[in-house]
Design a protein. Structure first.
Length: 311
Protein backbone atom coordinates (compact mmCIF):
# COMPACT_ATOMS: atom_id res chain seq x y z
CA UNK A 1 0.00 0.00 0.00
CA UNK A 2 1.12 3.61 -0.41
CA UNK A 3 2.62 5.75 2.32
CA UNK A 4 2.72 3.91 5.66
CA UNK A 5 1.69 0.63 4.02
CA UNK A 6 0.75 -2.38 6.14
CA UNK A 7 3.27 -1.90 8.94
CA UNK A 8 3.90 -3.75 12.17
CA UNK A 9 3.40 -1.63 15.28
CA UNK A 10 -20.90 -9.71 11.83
CA UNK A 11 -26.88 -10.10 11.83
CA UNK A 12 -29.97 -8.65 10.70
CA UNK A 13 -28.02 -7.35 7.80
CA UNK A 14 -26.05 -10.49 7.16
CA UNK A 15 -22.64 -9.13 8.16
CA UNK A 16 -22.57 -9.88 11.83
CA UNK A 17 -23.44 -13.12 13.59
CA UNK A 18 -25.66 -13.42 16.60
CA UNK A 19 -28.38 -10.88 15.89
CA UNK A 20 -30.02 -12.38 12.80
CA UNK A 21 -33.73 -13.12 13.13
CA UNK A 22 -35.24 -16.18 11.52
CA UNK A 23 -35.99 -15.70 7.86
CA UNK A 24 -39.62 -14.91 7.15
CA UNK A 25 -41.64 -15.01 3.97
CA UNK A 26 -43.86 -12.06 3.07
CA UNK A 27 -47.49 -12.39 4.06
CA UNK A 28 -49.40 -14.83 1.91
CA UNK A 29 -51.04 -12.89 -0.87
CA UNK A 30 -52.59 -13.82 -4.18
CA UNK A 31 -51.37 -10.54 -5.60
CA UNK A 32 -48.98 -10.35 -8.53
CA UNK A 33 -46.48 -8.54 -6.31
CA UNK A 34 -46.53 -11.30 -3.72
CA UNK A 35 -45.95 -13.98 -6.34
CA UNK A 36 -43.17 -11.92 -7.91
CA UNK A 37 -41.36 -11.57 -4.60
CA UNK A 38 -41.59 -15.28 -3.88
CA UNK A 39 -40.13 -16.02 -7.28
CA UNK A 40 -37.34 -13.48 -6.73
CA UNK A 41 -36.53 -14.99 -3.35
CA UNK A 42 -36.21 -18.39 -5.02
CA UNK A 43 -33.90 -17.06 -7.73
CA UNK A 44 -31.65 -15.29 -5.23
CA UNK A 45 -31.66 -18.31 -2.96
CA UNK A 46 -30.45 -20.54 -5.79
CA UNK A 47 -27.64 -18.09 -6.60
CA UNK A 48 -26.31 -17.99 -3.03
CA UNK A 49 -23.35 -20.37 -2.83
CA UNK A 50 -23.12 -23.02 -0.18
CA UNK A 51 -21.21 -21.51 2.71
CA UNK A 52 -18.01 -23.54 2.89
CA UNK A 53 -14.87 -22.37 4.66
CA UNK A 54 -12.89 -24.80 2.52
CA UNK A 55 -13.49 -22.59 -0.52
CA UNK A 56 -10.73 -20.30 0.70
CA UNK A 57 -7.79 -21.04 -1.60
CA UNK A 58 -4.30 -19.97 -0.40
CA UNK A 59 -2.77 -20.78 -3.80
CA UNK A 60 -5.29 -18.54 -5.55
CA UNK A 61 -4.66 -15.74 -3.04
CA UNK A 62 -0.91 -16.06 -3.53
CA UNK A 63 -1.27 -15.84 -7.32
CA UNK A 64 -3.70 -12.90 -7.28
CA UNK A 65 -2.21 -10.93 -4.41
CA UNK A 66 0.19 -8.82 -6.52
CA UNK A 67 -2.66 -7.73 -8.82
CA UNK A 68 -4.99 -6.86 -5.95
CA UNK A 69 -2.14 -5.12 -4.13
CA UNK A 70 -1.46 -3.00 -7.23
CA UNK A 71 -5.14 -2.11 -7.61
CA UNK A 72 -5.53 -1.26 -3.91
CA UNK A 73 -2.39 0.85 -3.97
CA UNK A 74 -3.08 2.77 -7.16
CA UNK A 75 -6.86 3.12 -7.16
CA UNK A 76 -7.56 3.48 -3.44
CA UNK A 77 -4.05 4.50 -2.29
CA UNK A 78 -4.71 2.02 0.49
CA UNK A 79 -2.93 2.56 3.79
CA UNK A 80 -3.28 -0.02 6.55
CA UNK A 81 -1.72 0.69 9.93
CA UNK A 82 -1.23 -1.26 13.12
CA UNK A 83 -1.45 -4.86 11.93
CA UNK A 84 1.04 -5.64 14.68
CA UNK A 85 -1.89 -5.27 17.10
CA UNK A 86 -3.36 -8.52 15.74
CA UNK A 87 -2.13 -11.58 17.69
CA UNK A 88 0.41 -13.51 15.62
CA UNK A 89 -1.60 -16.72 15.73
CA UNK A 90 -4.76 -18.26 17.07
CA UNK A 91 -8.39 -17.21 16.69
CA UNK A 92 -9.21 -13.53 16.81
CA UNK A 93 -12.36 -11.53 16.11
CA UNK A 94 -11.67 -8.45 13.97
CA UNK A 95 -14.53 -5.97 14.32
CA UNK A 96 -14.74 -3.20 11.74
CA UNK A 97 -16.83 -0.22 10.78
CA UNK A 98 -18.00 -0.64 7.20
CA UNK A 99 -18.14 1.73 4.23
CA UNK A 100 -18.44 1.79 0.46
CA UNK A 101 -21.60 -0.10 -0.37
CA UNK A 102 -21.79 -3.60 -1.80
CA UNK A 103 -18.48 -3.35 -3.67
CA UNK A 104 -16.61 -3.74 -0.34
CA UNK A 105 -13.59 -1.48 -1.04
CA UNK A 106 -12.49 -1.36 2.60
CA UNK A 107 -12.71 -5.15 2.91
CA UNK A 108 -10.55 -5.63 -0.18
CA UNK A 109 -7.87 -3.20 1.00
CA UNK A 110 -7.73 -4.79 4.45
CA UNK A 111 -7.75 -8.37 3.15
CA UNK A 112 -4.85 -7.65 0.82
CA UNK A 113 -2.84 -6.07 3.64
CA UNK A 114 -3.68 -8.83 6.14
CA UNK A 115 -2.73 -11.60 3.71
CA UNK A 116 0.52 -9.86 2.82
CA UNK A 117 1.47 -9.19 6.44
CA UNK A 118 0.62 -12.60 7.93
CA UNK A 119 0.98 -14.75 4.82
CA UNK A 120 -1.72 -16.44 2.80
CA UNK A 121 -1.46 -19.66 4.81
CA UNK A 122 -2.95 -18.05 7.91
CA UNK A 123 -6.70 -18.78 7.84
CA UNK A 124 -8.60 -15.52 7.49
CA UNK A 125 -12.33 -15.19 6.78
CA UNK A 126 -14.71 -12.31 6.25
CA UNK A 127 -18.47 -12.43 6.72
CA UNK A 128 -20.62 -10.88 3.98
CA UNK A 129 -24.31 -10.59 3.19
CA UNK A 130 -25.74 -13.39 1.06
CA UNK A 131 -26.68 -10.85 -1.61
CA UNK A 132 -23.06 -9.74 -2.01
CA UNK A 133 -21.94 -13.32 -2.52
CA UNK A 134 -24.61 -13.83 -5.16
CA UNK A 135 -23.68 -10.78 -7.26
CA UNK A 136 -22.23 -11.59 -10.70
CA UNK A 137 -18.46 -11.21 -10.93
CA UNK A 138 -17.76 -11.52 -7.21
CA UNK A 139 -17.24 -15.27 -6.97
CA UNK A 140 -13.54 -14.65 -6.35
CA UNK A 141 -14.46 -13.34 -2.90
CA UNK A 142 -15.07 -16.89 -1.70
CA UNK A 143 -11.55 -17.90 -2.70
CA UNK A 144 -10.24 -15.05 -0.55
CA UNK A 145 -12.20 -16.38 2.45
CA UNK A 146 -15.48 -14.46 2.23
CA UNK A 147 -18.39 -16.57 3.50
CA UNK A 148 -22.08 -15.97 4.05
CA UNK A 149 -22.72 -14.35 7.40
CA UNK A 150 -24.27 -16.61 9.99
CA UNK A 151 -23.61 -17.51 13.64
CA UNK A 152 -22.70 -21.04 12.51
CA UNK A 153 -20.03 -19.86 10.06
CA UNK A 154 -18.61 -17.44 12.61
CA UNK A 155 -18.31 -20.13 15.27
CA UNK A 156 -16.85 -22.59 12.79
CA UNK A 157 -14.19 -20.12 11.66
CA UNK A 158 -13.10 -19.17 15.19
CA UNK A 159 -13.22 -22.77 16.40
CA UNK A 160 -10.81 -23.68 13.61
CA UNK A 161 -8.32 -21.11 14.93
CA UNK A 162 -8.86 -18.55 12.17
CA UNK A 163 -8.97 -14.78 12.19
CA UNK A 164 -12.50 -13.57 11.41
CA UNK A 165 -13.56 -10.12 10.21
CA UNK A 166 -17.13 -9.04 10.98
CA UNK A 167 -19.02 -5.81 10.39
CA UNK A 168 -21.71 -5.39 13.07
CA UNK A 169 -23.21 -2.41 11.23
CA UNK A 170 -23.65 -4.47 8.06
CA UNK A 171 -25.80 -3.06 5.28
CA UNK A 172 -27.25 -0.49 7.70
CA UNK A 173 -23.84 1.12 8.19
CA UNK A 174 -22.30 0.49 4.77
CA UNK A 175 -25.10 2.45 3.06
CA UNK A 176 -25.26 5.38 5.47
CA UNK A 177 -25.26 8.82 3.83
CA UNK A 178 -21.81 9.96 2.75
CA UNK A 179 -21.94 12.96 5.10
CA UNK A 180 -21.98 10.45 7.99
CA UNK A 181 -18.68 8.96 6.82
CA UNK A 182 -16.99 9.77 10.12
CA UNK A 183 -19.50 7.91 12.30
CA UNK A 184 -19.26 4.35 13.63
CA UNK A 185 -22.84 3.06 13.57
CA UNK A 186 -23.53 -0.55 14.57
CA UNK A 187 -27.22 0.13 15.07
CA UNK A 188 -27.08 -1.30 18.61
CA UNK A 189 -26.12 -4.79 17.44
CA UNK A 190 -24.19 -6.72 20.08
CA UNK A 191 -23.92 -10.17 18.53
CA UNK A 192 -20.16 -9.74 18.05
CA UNK A 193 -19.73 -9.35 21.81
CA UNK A 194 -21.64 -12.54 22.55
CA UNK A 195 -19.58 -14.34 19.92
CA UNK A 196 -16.27 -13.16 21.42
CA UNK A 197 -17.34 -14.24 24.91
CA UNK A 198 -18.68 -17.59 23.74
CA UNK A 199 -15.52 -18.41 21.80
CA UNK A 200 -13.24 -16.76 24.40
CA UNK A 201 -11.32 -14.76 21.78
CA UNK A 202 -9.97 -11.20 21.81
CA UNK A 203 -11.64 -8.40 19.84
CA UNK A 204 -9.40 -6.34 17.58
CA UNK A 205 -11.15 -3.17 16.36
CA UNK A 206 -10.51 -2.21 12.74
CA UNK A 207 -11.35 1.39 11.82
CA UNK A 208 -11.58 2.56 8.21
CA UNK A 209 -12.30 5.82 6.42
CA UNK A 210 -12.66 6.70 2.75
CA UNK A 211 -15.02 4.00 1.56
CA UNK A 212 -18.08 6.22 1.89
CA UNK A 213 -16.46 8.58 -0.61
CA UNK A 214 -16.33 5.97 -3.39
CA UNK A 215 -19.91 7.04 -4.29
CA UNK A 216 -22.34 9.67 -3.10
CA UNK A 217 -24.61 7.69 -0.79
CA UNK A 218 -27.88 9.58 -0.29
CA UNK A 219 -30.16 7.42 1.83
CA UNK A 220 -30.42 3.91 3.24
CA UNK A 221 -33.98 3.60 1.94
CA UNK A 222 -35.23 1.75 5.02
CA UNK A 223 -38.87 2.69 4.49
CA UNK A 224 -38.74 1.61 0.85
CA UNK A 225 -37.23 -1.73 1.83
CA UNK A 226 -40.09 -2.36 4.26
CA UNK A 227 -42.71 -1.40 1.70
CA UNK A 228 -41.24 -3.88 -0.78
CA UNK A 229 -40.88 -6.68 1.82
CA UNK A 230 -37.12 -6.83 1.22
CA UNK A 231 -36.51 -7.30 4.94
CA UNK A 232 -38.64 -10.44 4.90
CA UNK A 233 -37.65 -11.86 1.53
CA UNK A 234 -33.93 -11.07 1.24
CA UNK A 235 -33.00 -10.09 4.82
CA UNK A 236 -32.37 -6.57 3.53
CA UNK A 237 -33.30 -3.74 5.88
CA UNK A 238 -32.30 -1.11 3.34
CA UNK A 239 -32.77 -0.25 -0.33
CA UNK A 240 -30.06 2.39 -0.71
CA UNK A 241 -30.05 5.21 -3.22
CA UNK A 242 -26.74 6.68 -4.35
CA UNK A 243 -25.10 8.66 -7.13
CA UNK A 244 -22.47 6.43 -8.70
CA UNK A 245 -20.96 5.23 -11.96
CA UNK A 246 -22.08 4.06 -14.42
CA UNK A 247 -25.75 4.31 -13.39
CA UNK A 248 -25.72 7.90 -12.08
CA UNK A 249 -28.82 7.21 -9.92
CA UNK A 250 -28.16 3.80 -8.38
CA UNK A 251 -31.09 2.19 -6.55
CA UNK A 252 -30.27 -0.92 -4.55
CA UNK A 253 -26.52 -0.84 -5.22
CA UNK A 254 -26.38 -4.02 -7.28
CA UNK A 255 -22.90 -3.01 -8.38
CA UNK A 256 -21.13 0.23 -9.31
CA UNK A 257 -17.68 1.53 -10.22
CA UNK A 258 -16.17 2.97 -7.05
CA UNK A 259 -14.49 6.36 -7.22
CA UNK A 260 -10.74 6.30 -6.44
CA UNK A 261 -11.07 7.64 -2.91
CA UNK A 262 -8.14 7.18 -0.56
CA UNK A 263 -8.89 4.47 2.01
CA UNK A 264 -7.07 4.50 5.33
CA UNK A 265 -7.48 1.68 7.84
CA UNK A 266 -6.14 1.41 11.36
CA UNK A 267 -6.03 -1.75 13.44
CA UNK A 268 -6.30 -0.97 17.15
CA UNK A 269 -5.00 -2.84 20.22
CA UNK A 270 -6.82 -6.02 21.13
CA UNK A 271 -9.60 -5.92 23.75
CA UNK A 272 -10.03 -8.85 26.16
CA UNK A 273 -13.62 -8.40 27.35
CA UNK A 274 -13.25 -10.46 30.53
CA UNK A 275 -9.99 -8.79 31.46
CA UNK A 276 -11.61 -5.41 30.89
CA UNK A 277 -15.06 -6.01 32.41
CA UNK A 278 -14.76 -9.06 34.66
CA UNK A 279 -15.80 -12.71 34.23
CA UNK A 280 -19.39 -11.85 33.28
CA UNK A 281 -19.21 -8.61 31.25
CA UNK A 282 -22.23 -6.37 30.89
CA UNK A 283 -22.91 -6.23 27.16
CA UNK A 284 -24.11 -2.63 27.23
CA UNK A 285 -20.91 -1.48 28.96
CA UNK A 286 -18.74 -3.51 26.60
CA UNK A 287 -20.62 -2.21 23.56
CA UNK A 288 -20.22 1.41 24.65
CA UNK A 289 -16.52 0.86 25.32
CA UNK A 290 -15.78 -0.75 21.94
CA UNK A 291 -17.72 1.93 20.07
CA UNK A 292 -16.01 4.73 22.01
CA UNK A 293 -12.55 3.33 21.23
CA UNK A 294 -13.41 2.97 17.55
CA UNK A 295 -15.09 6.38 17.29
CA UNK A 296 -12.07 8.11 18.84
CA UNK A 297 -9.79 6.42 16.30
CA UNK A 298 -12.14 7.27 13.43
CA UNK A 299 -12.28 10.90 14.54
CA UNK A 300 -8.47 11.00 14.40
CA UNK A 301 -8.44 9.52 10.90
CA UNK A 302 -11.11 11.98 9.77
CA UNK A 303 -9.05 14.88 11.13
CA UNK A 304 -6.18 13.86 8.86
CA UNK A 305 -8.29 14.15 5.70
CA UNK A 306 -8.14 17.48 3.91
CA UNK A 307 -10.53 16.81 1.03
CA UNK A 308 -13.10 14.12 0.14
CA UNK A 309 -11.82 11.45 -2.26
CA UNK A 310 -8.36 13.06 -2.37
CA UNK A 311 -7.77 12.35 1.30
Amino acid sequence: MSQAHATRSPSRNGHEPGDAPPRQDPPASPSLLGRAWRELAGVVGRRIPRADLDERDPDYIREQLPLFWLFSSLWFRGEVRGLGNVPDDGPVLLVGNHSGGNMLPDTMVFTVAFSTYFGVERPFYQLAHNLVLSLPGLSWLRKFGTVAASPENARKALSSGAALLVYPGGDYEVHRPSWESGRVDFGGRKGFLRLALEQDVPIVPVVAIGGQETALFLTRGERLARLLYLDRVLRLKVLPISISLPWIVNIGDFGHIPLPAKITIETLPAIDLRAEFGPDPDLDDAYDHVLAVMQDALDALAAERRFPVIG
